[in-house]
Design a protein around this ligand. Structure first.
Ligand SMILES: [Zn+2]
Ligand SMILES: [Zn+2]
Length: 224
């Protein structure tokens, strides 16, 4: 994980922002992370690019991803960053265990386009819900993988069976090594599959062969 702090070094910050489009900036009191003011933004957010006065009043605490920002603030017992900025729609980057909310966030990111592989999370945290366990998944990972799939199942290569109400090809996100078995929520463990292939990877007699076929076909995957 990389954590960088900028206290008005605008050129350095701009350089960081350009090379980390999927990163998170936590705006806080000058010089430190102040538990009473922790606002998450995306690097492109015009709430601080357009207001020169904000540049001098706040420190920018920069992280590779929303997961890293949340984790850093939690481990250091500082607090939770607020993801409510509507100028940059930063909420789209916040990992969630809630399926419908997750799908919405992925759609926002897909519409914008994802230009870089996000770091994701090798140990996503989980919550117990009625009916089982849900993991905090990174919407940026799913959006990036949907983009890699280009509307076709990454196993059988067939076109997505239909378009969703948002107009995007319907493919299901599958973790090649299950999160429950220690698989990571990362682009090197995640694929987009048609519903048939997705079921087959879980229930087919030859499920292991299908998994092997995915590893053979997709260079970005790394066996875990
Ligand atoms: Zn913002
Ligand atoms: Zn398929």
């Amino acid at each position: 994980m990389t954590y960088r702090r900028f206290d008005g070094q605008e050129n350095e910050f701009e350089e960081w922002a350009l090379s980390n489009p999927g990163g998170i900036v936590v705006n806080s009191s000058p010089g430190r992370l102040n538990p009473t003011y922790l606002k998450a933004h995306r690097p492109k957010c015009n709430s601080f690019w357009n207001h020169p006065e904000a540049r001098t009043n706040y420190s920018k605490h920069c992280f590779d991803s929303a997961t890293e920002a949340i984790e850093y603030l939690r481990v250091n017992e500082i607090g939770k960053p607020g993801f409510e900025c509507t100028a940059c729609r930063v909420a789209a980057l916040e990992p969630t265990p809630e399926f419908t909310e997750f799908e919405k966030r992925v759609a926002v990111l897909l519409a914008e386009g994802v230009t870089q592989d996000p770091p994701g999370n090798i140990h996503p945290s989980k919550v117990e819900i009625s009916g089982g366990t849900a993991y905090y998944r990174d919407p940026l990972v799913a959006a990036r993988v949907q983009q890699y799939a280009e509307g076709k199942c990454e196993l059988c290569r067939a076109h997505a069976p239909f378009r969703t109400v948002r107009g995007t090809p319907y493919l299901e996100i599958h973790h090649v090594r299950k999160l429950a078995d220690g698989g990571g929520d990362t682009v090197c463990n995640t694929v987009a599959l048609c519903p048939n292939c997705h079921r087959a990877t879980h229930y087919a007699q030859d499920a292991r062969d299908l998994t092997r076929a995915l590893y053979d076909a997709l260079a970005r995957l790394r066996p875990q």
